[in-house]
Write a new protein. Structure first.
Length: 166
């Protein structure tokens, strides 16, 4: 339940920031945010990260929807057994949902954070969630998935069978 609240809160923050940018910054305009680090720049991104697949918004919308549904399914089925798994799932779900809302409502994703200390793609809160959540999800899968089942089998007295052959 805590992780559902976290995901919902992150989607709300993402959508609020995007609304404020659309309402107060003209398209292409920017406002200093954190000096020598970050500006708020209003960009409409019809593509994915770094504007890849710009002409395939429908594919990105479908992909976002599949990711959101898959994360919801995995969470409700109890796939994630610990805090790392649930936290990473909440981040990926929030990021996918935040950008999916934009794609469905507007046909583009509102991006606003632009680094001023180096050339980098303009991004948003949902992108931050995905960028942190996906590597954590991979870490969770790598470290934990399958390990719990082995330990449970060994604890039940289920001996590990030796491999075939000499």
């Amino acid at each position: 339940m805590l992780y559902a609240i976290l995901a919902a809160a992150l989607v709300a923050v993402d959508q609020l920031v995007k609304y404020l940018v659309r309402a107060h910054i003209p398209l292409g305009g920017n406002v200093p945010f954190i000096p020598r680090l970050l500006d708020l720049t209003y960009v409409q991104n019809t593509g994915a990260a770094f504007s890849m697949l710009r002409s395939h918004t429908w594919l990105l919308t479908l992909t976002s929807a599949v990711v959101v549904l898959a994360m919801c399914w995995l969470i409700t089925k109890g796939f994630f057994k610990n805090r790392l798994g649930l936290f990473s799932a909440a981040l990926v779900l929030a990021g996918g949902m935040g950008n999916l809302i934009d794609r469905v409502l507007f046909g583009f994703v509102t991006d606003m954070f632009q680094t001023t200390f180096m050339e980098f793609a303009v991004f948003n809160v949902a992108d931050c969630c995905i960028t942190v959540g996906v590597p954590l999800l991979f870490l969770y899968v790598w470290v934990y998935v399958g390990k719990d089942e082995k330990k449970e089998g060994e604890a039940d007295g289920d001996p590990q069978l030796p491999p075939d052959g000499p």
